[in-house]
Design a protein around this ligand. Structure first.
Ligand SMILES: C[S@@+](CC[C@H](N)C(=O)[O-])C[C@H]1O[C@@H](n2cnc3c(N)ncnc32)[C@H](O)[C@@H]1O
Length: 385
């Protein structure tokens, strides 16, 4: 039953300021409105100066974290967040979990439950590691992987959790392209299956030895019927039926373009691809003069490489938009865990591109005289590019 929004937000406020708060997340937006940040996360930390409420916000590209003192400071910060037109709040305390979704008519749909896990003690902020999948989960004993890899994979899963609609049900077919040792593949399966979804996941990697190893692992985990592996290229591997969700974590260089192109051909509903190195456009920029007045951007090698990274991912997002996807580029994990910390996150909308969007893309590639690999791979797929 929908409830009045103000009363529900007052309840959220009480929980956010409750000393047993474990974690809270605000995200999404209300109909016709846009919060000043795309996401906010709150949790208790203990610093040298004493207990604090840590508030991390993200504008979609860059995270911003601050620690506020309990009392008036925390109260004002919480009030400011509650005034933002977020579409969802998820709040966990030691005793309760509350989920609030703002309906199209501006009311609150609230789900309340007793806490499902033990509240974490407030911890020093460097040690405050909250995982979506517990690092002590038995699957990690089988699949191994360094702490940094687990952190990366966990952050990737958080981005996935934020992408899939909460009300998703029904079978979900997933592919992990360039799966390598399949840390992400297995962790994603664990996470999605725990959400109660009927998941089938296929890992694709060009290496046959990886296919054999990963298949044995799937057997040992008892997931052989659900998680399978194919040795083949991202461009050509047979994956049937076509997946709803495409994942790619650090597929090398233009393998990310192959993954994006394949996702478009499959008409996948969601795509999450964290690019790896970018050599293709860097080489193209090196081989020709920059258009005036941008010579200074590419004269120094390191600046040229960084600019090529930005240009590559901007054009990838632009191309996805031309092919009926809403695409954004976000930081999915702190750069301490990997310098390759950007994520292209796309959701199929099926919207036809506007003339302005086509022109925006075309002018950029024409001006820099570059041909993105993704454009070449998608050439002929739609008359848009
Ligand atoms: C840097 S590793 C990342 C592996 C895994 N996704 C992870 O994050 O741990 C890249 C993997 O992509 C595979 N790969 C690269 N290009 C490929 C292609 N065109 N088709 C299939 N696999 C590819 C490599 O064999 C390698 O295992």
């Amino acid at each position: 039953m929908p409830e009045p929004l103000d009363a529900a937000l007052t309840e959220v406020r009480t929980l956010l300021l409750d000393p047993t708060l474990t974690r809270a997340v605000a995200a999404g937006r209300r109909r016709g409105q846009r919060p000043s940040v795309v996401r906010a996360e709150l949790r208790p930390v203990v610093l040298k100066a004493g207990p604090r409420l840590q508030i991390s916000t993200s504008d979609g590209s860059r995270p911003y974290t601050r620690n506020v003192a309990p009392g008036t400071e925390a109260g004002s910060a919480v009030d400011a967040l509650l005034a933002e037109p977020f579409g969802n709040w998820h709040v966990e305390t030691a005793d309760a979990t509350l989920q609030l979704r703002v309906t199209k008519s501006g009311e609150a749909q609230v789900h309340r439950a007793a806490a499902t896990r033990t509240a974490a003690e407030p911890v020093g902020h460097d040690r405050a590691k909250e995982y979506l999948l517990d690092p002590g989960d038995p699957i990690f004993a089988e699949i191994g992987g360094s702490a940094a890899k687990r952190r990366q994979v966990d952050a990737f899963l958080r981005a996935l959790a934020a992408t899939l609609p909460e009300e998703l049900t029904g079978p979900l077919r997933v592919v992990d392209l360039g799966c390598g040792n399949a840390y992400l593949t297995f962790a994603a399966y664990r996470y999605l299956a725990r959400r109660g979804l009927d998941v089938e996941l296929v890992g694709v990697d060009v290496r046959e030895d990886q296919r054999r190893r990963n298949t044995e692992l799937a057997d040992r985990l008892g997931w052989a019927g659900r998680v399978s592996f194919v040795a083949g290229t991202i461009a050509d591997a047979v994956v049937e039926p076509a997946p709803d969700l495409v994942l790619a974590l650090h597929a090398c260089d233009t393998a990310t373009d192959e993954a994006l192109a394949r996702a478009v051909r499959w008409n996948a509903r969601w795509v999450l691809a964290a690019p790896c190195c970018h050599h293709d456009l860097a080489a193209q920029l090196r081989s020709r003069p920059a258009p005036a007045p941008y010579e200074l951007l590419t004269r120094q090698g390191i600046l040229r490489e960084r600019f090529a990274d930005v240009l590559t991912d901007a054009l990838r997002a632009g191309l996805l938009r031309l092919h009926g996807y809403r695409a954004e580029v976000v930081e999915f994990v702190d750069s301490r865990h990997t310098p390759r910390n950007l994520l292209i996150r796309a959701r199929r909308t099926g919207a036809a591109p506007t003339e302005g969007q086509r022109a925006e893309y075309r002018e950029l590639v024409d001006q820099w005289q570059v041909t993105p690999r993704l454009a070449a791979l998608l050439a002929g797929d739609a008359p848009n590019t």
